[in-house]
Design a protein around this ligand. Structure first.
Ligand code: NDP
Length: 700
């Protein structure tokens, strides 16, 4: 029930108290008018009808609104104001021009406009706009506001003329989609599919326009993503995605700042590398202690910035970072090459040496953890690291750099640069940087690798996934359901290794779905700062729209929605980016929700019969990050795991990432490994030394 219907119901229930203020009575009469328009249409909505419904005299209605036209104008104004408020709230959450355009689309096509009552009254008003001056004024103001919002944001992405015409097209499509939906009595489209349609249209047009801009000589943004076209982006607005509150505004670092950071890092790295591993390790251990001491404060900051529940960030994000620093702090002293016996006249040895200045580029889902996972092995091995957090989550990496300094890390060895993909690109192309470790999307990984090629940098790429989680009929079903929940809804599904394709053997599918449904329905979505909340907000309005668009596609392509499936807007949740944990059953391998990484709380359940069949289907993806198998047949577990094309696997568990185990993907999910001893190889290079123990025999 939305707030509007609560107001209306209570007004009906309680009658109109004599001491109620004028505003409340006017508001009640307006609600009754909207009810009347929805139920008996424009002609049937008369002052007498309204008075009868509200239980007051027609004279009182006339007293407040004059005549029917006045009442209708007030009611129309109220509906238009609701859309405007909705748009304002969404715009406050949007961080980029593209997200602001989406906010306008969503405000106009949101679920609150797609109910019969609101839609039918809008239709009644539209029918009269040409005849009633008052309604025309409201309609014109509402259209002007929408167009000017769209134009001003589009202008930040594409040239003025193109922006004006695209804004007009978007406005026309919003009206058209809405009108068709209303005329079909909401059979032709729902809010989500309407928004998905508009989103696809806008993406397509922006792609074409930015491409033609590039052809015309204008520069495309690095990565070439639509809506990220080149424009002055000299600051980052950091927003809490659960509330829309602005947390900070940061300056973007450009070429001069990146050059200076590299110079500082080079100056500091040599003496850091010449310290013993034990000395370096002690600094990391001290930093780990400080992280643990500040666990709650850092967790709170991470929750504010990411929207993840505090019960997760307190237990995992900071702790996992600290464990990583402890682990590599311990390994630092043990870094060694090998001795090779080359016979009586020589021996050889290898030295494991640092690379020099390296860069880390982080994704937004585990900002502090990613910064730790990259910097700890880099520093332990004697490198300096320059780290660029994702533009959406730039805050905790700065805290980590302060902690390193406090722990005794000399200046310049861990520096944070802030910015968008453009700043990342300054790092990937910089000749003074020897290696890039990226966590991000596959397309970013490809762009980084291509850029790194010009200076032949090493790369570690931790990219996306669409991992299979296989439940055999003999599995402990409760454990399998727990694994599926952990592997889909932790961090609101924003985890790269999530097992989003849940293959369940036919014999247990019904039972599995039943238990899964019951436990998903019971999950608590809410204020991320509330310790009882289990699912928080998604990272941004833009990302939420992507997730909702894929949910809509899942429905349209015939997947059966078991639970969830929509944005949550009740009460304070309406200010943020909350999506209900969603389970689809009866999925097929070729559906978009089964093929594409969603990075949100959306699980797809697929049925299988035989082991051989499920292995082929599990591997039928371009990704290869992770995989899980639930079975009580030990032999089968190992046999199946051996055949799965994935870098990180679990047997009878899911998404556990102890720092000792290397983590990373195969196929398009990445290159190289983080964590474990394996990461040391990616932050060092070998020097081979031949030592002669006898004279030099030369034929000359
Ligand atoms: P993106 O690829 O959009 O961004 C990752 C980082 O790269 C950001 O800091 C981004 O900057 C930067 N960047 C973007 N373009 C370039 C470029 N051309 N050159 C250099 N740097 C660039 O990923 P998201 O932040 O959206 O993260 C979600 C993705 O990360 C998902 O696909 C997920 O699967 C993956 N991921 C993988 C993990 C793994 O370990 N395999 C773990 C966690 C997430 P900015 O944000 O400022 O634009």
């Amino acid at each position: 029930m939305n707030t509007r219907s609560i107001t209306r119901d209570s007004a009906h229930r309680n009658g109109t108290p004599r001491d109620e203020g004028e505003d409340a009575r006017r508001a009640q009469l307006i609600e009754v008018t909207i009810d009347s328009l929805a139920e008996v249409g424009f002609v049937g909505t008369t002052l007498a009808e309204i008075a009868g419904r509200a239980g007051v005299s027609p004279g009182l209605v006339a007293h407040y609104f004059g005549d029917k036209d006045g009442l209708l104008e007030a009611a129309f104004r109220k509906l238009a104001r609701e859309v405007a408020t909705n748009a304002r709230e969404r715009l406050a959450l949007a961080r980029t021009p593209r997200a602001r355009v989406q906010a306008v689309i969503d405000a106009n096509l949101g679920p609150e406009n797609f109910d019969k009552r609101t839609g039918t009254s809008w239709l009644a008003f539209w029918g009269q706009v040409l005849h009633l001056e008052g309604l025309r004024r409201v309609q014109t103001a509402y259209q002007k506001r929408m167009l000017s919002n769209l134009r001003s944001d589009l202008r930040r992405m594409i040239p003025g003329e193109a922006a004006r015409s695209l804004a007009a097209m978007i406005a026309a499509m919003i009206d058209g989609v809405w009108l068709r939906a209303a005329l079909s009595e909401w059979q032709e489209a729902d809010s989500e599919s309407a928004r998905a349609l508009l989103t696809a249209f806008v993406e397509g047009r922006l792609r074409e326009l930015t491409r033609s801009q590039a052809v015309d000589g204008a520069e495309l943004a690095p990565g070439g993503a639509p809506g990220r076209a080149a424009h002055a982006r000299d600051s980052i607005r950091v927003i809490n995605p659960a509330t829309g509150e602005e947390l900070a505004e940061l300056a973007v670092d450009g070429p001069a700042q990146v050059d200076a950071a590299v110079a500082r890092a080079r100056a500091a790295q040599k003496s850091w590398a010449s310290m013993t591993g034990a000395e370096r390790g002690r600094v990391l251990q001290r930093a780990a202690r400080l992280l643990r001491e500040r666990n709650d404060e850092l967790a709170e900051l991470e929750t504010h910035n990411t929207g993840k529940p505090i019960q997760e960030t307190r237990a995992v994000d900071v702790v996992s970072g600290a464990e990583c620093l402890e682990y590599y702090g311990g390994l630092a002293a043990g870094l060694a090459g090998e001795y090779l016996d080359l016979g009586p006249k020589a021996f050889g040895y290898t030295r494991r040496e640092p690379l020099g200045v390296v860069a880390g580029i982080g994704a937004w889902n585990y900002p502090l953890q990613i910064a730790c996972w990259k910097s700890a092995p880099a520093l332990a091995c004697g490198n300096a690291m320059i780290f660029k957090p994702a533009e959406l989550t730039p805050l905790t990496a700065v805290k980590l750099s302060e902690i390193y300094r406090e722990a005794g890390l000399p200046e310049g060895l861990f520096q944070v640069v802030q910015g968008y993909g453009e700043t990342g690109r300054l790092l990937t192309r910089h000749p003074g940087i020897r290696k890039i470790s990226l966590t991000g999307e596959v397309s970013t990984g490809k762009a980084v690798m291509a850029d790194a090629a010009s200076t032949l940098k090493q790369v570690t790429l931790e990219l996306g996934g669409k991992s299979p989680l296989i439940v055999f009929g003999d599995a402990n079903l409760d454990d399998a359901v727990s694994g599926a929940l952990l592997g889909n809804f932790y961090s609101a599904g924003e985890v790269c290794s999530n097992g989003t394709r849940v293959f369940v053997q036919r014999s247990v599918r019904g039972e599995f779905i039943e238990r899964l449904r019951a436990r998903t329905v019971a999950m608590r979505v809410g204020d991320p700062l509330d310790p009882a909340t289990q699912v928080g907000a998604l990272i941004s309005a833009e990302h939420m729209q992507k997730v909702l668009g894929l949910i809509a596609r899942g429905r349209a392509q015939g997947a059966r929605l078991i639970v969830g499936g929509s944005r949550l807007t009740v009460g304070a949740l309406g200010r943020g980016c909350f999506v209900a944990p969603t389970v689809f059953d009866a999925c097929h391998d070729d559906m978009d929700i089964v093929r594409q990484e969603i990075f949100g709380p959306v699980m797809s359940v697929l049925e299988f019969e035989s082991e051989a069949e499920v292995i082929v289907r599990a591997n039928a993806t371009e990704f290869g990050l992770a995989a899980g198998v639930f079975t009580n047949d030990l032999t089968r577990a190992h046999r199946v795991i051996a055949q799965l094309e994935a870098g990180t696997c679990w047997i009878n568990h899911y998404n556990i990432t102890p720092i000792e185990l290397p983590f990373g993907g195969v196929k398009l999910s990445g290159l190289g490994r983080e964590n474990g001893r394996a990461a040391l190889e990616h932050y060092t290079q070998l020097k081979s030394v031949y030592v002669a123990m006898a004279g030099v025999e030369a034929p000359y």
